[in-house]
Design a protein around this ligand. Structure first.
Ligand code: PLP
Length: 383
């Protein structure tokens, strides 16, 4: 039975080393080099009394099962490797993986609602579907939107979460995480770290209790796997695992395998794409066809900009750059947030969050910067 559970984490290793080794510490002892993929949905056991005890223990605390899994909705060893590795990169006690980023966010909201804390304080902009999930109250939560300075005043006795994205999707607006964490007081701060990745920012070090990723983006890194993950302390993870078991939004083990593999190249990909993004942002800032450029202080591979003319003409004219929603892949993608990623947000709320009609969001990949600029330059000529 292969397991990741009995391996003591080595003393602090650098992020680049963790990216390649975390979650894989036991592979040599198993006599393999690549992580095994366990596709079992169920696991045979002649010891029903023992299984009863293990299920009781899980129901009580939500702690990861000791020993072999029982059923794939409870636990999977391949996915557990990805969880172990991501927790190591984010510097948290543990992590819990989900079928998508939205499943991860839903589980966080349900976990707090289950404790009677249905109120959420959030800062716009957020990814469009996250904004919609909160604003629609689909999960029975109630949201107060505020700017970072208003967080402390917006907190109520029934507030279960404060939610921020930094850099935010799609304006790349940043918040001061330490200041926000201080203002949250006893309320857990959830930081969506999808855009920064742990390569550029580890929110847990700034006081965030919950760090969320759409793993679909940089963690996977190749545009071929959908997933989500929450890095947090063991106590909150226990509730998340119970929610995941009850609602079934588990990450498929093949996706767990691909995400673990993606983590190995995460630092190299993020640093290379960020260097190109910074260069393109500088060129865009000097271009008279561009009226505004947004590039985060902490860097990163996302660049947003507003064009003087019709943004749809840019989308129609790019040839090397892929005109598609999503981000974090090895190839460069561009999209019009007001039409796609943030379409589900009401137009007024989009505008007040800085998501204007002329805004384009570009996820810079690993192509040569001059080839990307040549494509952008031609597309801007079409505006
Ligand atoms: N958070 C951010 C910042 C995102 O950009 C996205 C998706 O684009 C999500 C969460 C949701 O992730 P998923 O599409 O994996 O459900």
């Amino acid at each position: 039975m292969e397991t990741t559970r009995d391996v003591t984490p080595p003393a602090a290793r650098a992020l680049a080393t963790e990216a390649v080794h975390a979650g894989r510490d036991d592979l040599a002892a198993l006599g393999v080099h690549a992580a095994p993929i366990d596709l079992s949905t169920t696991y045979p056991s002649h010891d029903s009394r023992g299984e009863a005890e293990r299920i009781d223990a899980f129901a009580a605390t939500g702690a990861r099962l000791e020993g072999p899994p029982v059923y794939a909705r409870l636990d999977n060893p391949t996915t557990a490797r990805f969880e172990t590795a991501l927790a190591r990169l984010e510097g948290t006690q543990t992590a819990v993986a989900f079928a998508s980023g939205m499943a991860a966010l839903s589980a966080c909201l349900l976990a707090r609602s289950a404790a009677g804390l249905r109120h959420v304080v959030a800062v716009r902009p957020l990814y469009g579907s996250s904004d919609h999930l909160l604003g629609s109250g689909l999960l029975g939560t109630e949201v107060t939107w505020t700017d970072p300075a208003g967080i402390a005043a917006a907190i109520r006795p029934d507030t279960g979460l404060v939610l921020v994205e930094t850099p935010a999707n799609p304006t790349l607006a940043e918040v001061d995480l330490r200041a926000v964490a201080r203002d949250c007081g006893r309320v857990p701060l959830l930081v969506d770290n999808t855009f920064a990745t742990p390569v550029l920012q580890r929110p847990a070090q700034s006081g965030a209790r919950i760090v969320l990723h759409s793993a679909t983006k940089y963690l996977g890194g190749h545009g071929d796997v959908l997933g989500g993950v929450v890095a947090c302390d063991e106590e909150f993870a226990g509730v998340l695992r119970q929610v995941r078991f009850a609602t079934g939004a588990v990450l498929h083990p093949l996706a767990g395998y691909l995400l673990l593999r993606g983590l190995a190249t995460l630092p190299v990909r993020v640093r290379a794409a960020s260097a190109t993004a910074a260069l393109l942002a500088a060129r865009l800032a000097e271009d008279p066809r561009v009226s505004a450029v947004y590039y985060p202080r902490i860097g990163g591979a996302m660049v947003s900009f507003e064009v003087c003319g019709d943004p749809h003409a840019v989308i129609a004219a790019v040839r090397l750059i892929t005109p598609a929603v999503s981000l974090g892949s090895v190839d460069t993608l561009i999209q019009h947030p007001a039409s796609i990623s943030h379409r589900v947000v009401a137009a007024d709320d989009r505008e007040s969050g800085g998501v204007g009609e002329r805004l384009l969001r570009m996820s810079v990949g690993l192509e040569d910067p001059d080839d990307l600029w040549a494509d952008l330059d031609k597309a801007l000529a079409a505006v």
